[in-house]
Ligand binder design. Structure first.
Ligand code: SDX
Length: 389
């Protein structure tokens, strides 16, 4: 049995490393419950199906921040607060309209969210009385950040936020320069609900880790954005669209089955499929699949849905792997005219509600998050001077 003299670390006590913390339960939470075997997702007591059919994104924000749904006065107050907080500090707007137009939208979003801390007079105070108003402010500002940069990079006039309307309505208005139709607003609102919260995913774990050092909510959100950006996580939706557009190059009769099998044969990961927890169809995907079918037909892009189903059936038969939340969201966003490199920004616009909900939960019962690592390197080597190495 070997024991590390420095730390009294007995390797026999830790013979197995859970790579990727697979299966490790590190927290208790009231924010969400996932049953990966049956494909169940609950946000603070309400199933994702109940919320998808009845709630608005603003009600889901309140639910994740308070562990209960708002009454009508509370909902009206939250909506008013979110509207009031949509405006960006001038310095942030100046950054968004002067940075490199070719910059990656998620990188610009991450920088802009980080800058918001400069304009919060309470910055540096780790005070639970402040977290709710900070969560509201960041949630309200992210849509304005995304839309303002996108308008600027396309040489269009930046549009000021509305002083009315839902988060979804205002975002589409600021992005497109015209008021969205009811269907487009409902589609965006439902996408925001479906992406809001998902337990201990990589970006939420990141958000909690930053909170646990008693840093600040802006740093927590900025770090989480960095984690979400990766193609194995939130970046997958943009990667899914790239895959579908690759198929499109082969024409409307492209063979998505052969395309998928070839990628698998090359040991490539097919973006939008697989999940660390779900071992069946992601329940969020069901709602997105319905929207993708309807919207792709409405917009004359039914081949996107046909290819998606061919890929889905091939992944199931070849690898017994199901689609995750990112797979059909790509077709939905494409069908409502959103540019693929904005898809993960939209994921962020929604998940900020879950991240900040977890931030408040972590802060309320905090302990520094600090796992161990099994040292497998050399020990006690003799010093060799540089001219002898
Ligand atoms: C999100 O955690 C969350 O909750 C995340 C999320 C949320 O709401 O926050 O749900 C959002 O991030 C969804 C996931 C988006 N990512 C992708 O679509 C990228 C593609 N998917 C894979 O990279 C993968 O499925 C992960 C990263 C999502 C999960 O990976 P795991 O749990 O580490 O599983 P693994 O990579 O060890 O794969 C197990 C097996 C492997 O086969 P073998 O090598 O054992 O033969 O399944 C295969 C993998 O090769 N596999 C895939 C695959 N996913 C898994 N093979 C091809 N294509 C895939 N997509």
């Amino acid at each position: 049995m070997s024991t590390d003299l420095h730390t009294g670390f007995d390797e026999q006590q830790y013979p197995h490393i859970n790579k990727g913390l697979d299966g490790i339960v590190a927290f208790s939470t009231t924010k969400s419950f996932i049953d990966g075997a049956i494909g169940e997702l609950i946000y603070a007591g309400y199933s994702i199906d109940t919320l998808a059919e009845n709630a608005t994104f603003e009600e889901v924000c309140f639910l994740l921040w308070n562990d209960r749904l708002p009454n009508s006065e509370e909902l009206a107050a939250l909506q008013a607060e979110l509207i009031k907080e949509r405006n960006l500090p001038e310095v942030v707007l100046n950054y968004l309209t002067s940075t490199d137009k070719e910059a990656e939208p998620m990188a610009v979003l991450q920088s802009a969210v980080s800058m918001l801390a400069d304009f919060d007079p309470t910055k540096g105070k780790f005070d639970s009385e402040l977290f709710m108003s900070q969560a509201i402010s960041i949630t309200a500002k992210i849509p304005s950040i995304i839309a303002s940069f996108d308008r600027y990079r396309h040489g269009k006039e930046v549009i000021a936020p509305l002083d009315s309307g839902s988060t979804a309505f205002n975002f589409l208005y600021m992005l497109n320069g015209e008021e969205p139709g009811t269907q487009a607003e409902k589609t965006m609102d439902l996408c925001l609900i479906l992406h809001a919260e998902h337990g201990m995913n990589a970006s939420t774990f990141t958000a909690r880790t930053v909170c646990a050092t008693m840093s600040d909510i802006y740093s927590s959100a900025t770090a989480a954005i960095g984690a979400l950006k990766g193609p194995l996580h939130g970046g997958a939706n943009t990667a899914v669209m790239k895959t579908l557009l690759e198929l499109e190059k082969e024409g409307k009769d492209a063979d998505a089955v052969a395309f998928t099998k070839k990628k698998l044969a090359n040991k490539e990961k097919i973006m939008g499929f697989g999940h660390r927890v779900y071992k069946t169809f992601d329940p969020r995907g069901r709602h997105l699949q319905k929207m993708a079918k309807a919207l792709s037909e409405e917009t004359g892009h039914e081949e996107l849905y046909r290819w998606s189903m061919d890929m889905l059936n091939t992944m199931k038969s070849e690898k017994n792997i199901d689609p995750n939340v990112d797979f059909f969201s790509a077709t939905v966003y494409y069908s409502i005219g959103i540019q693929p490199d904005l898809y993960t920004c939209i994921f962020t616009m929604s998940r900020i509600s879950g991240w900040t909900g977890h931030f408040m939960e972590q802060a309320a019962n905090n302990r520094l998050i600090r796992p161990r690592a099994l040292y497998v390197g050399e020990k006690n080597l003799p010093w060799v001077s540089v001219d002898e190495r």
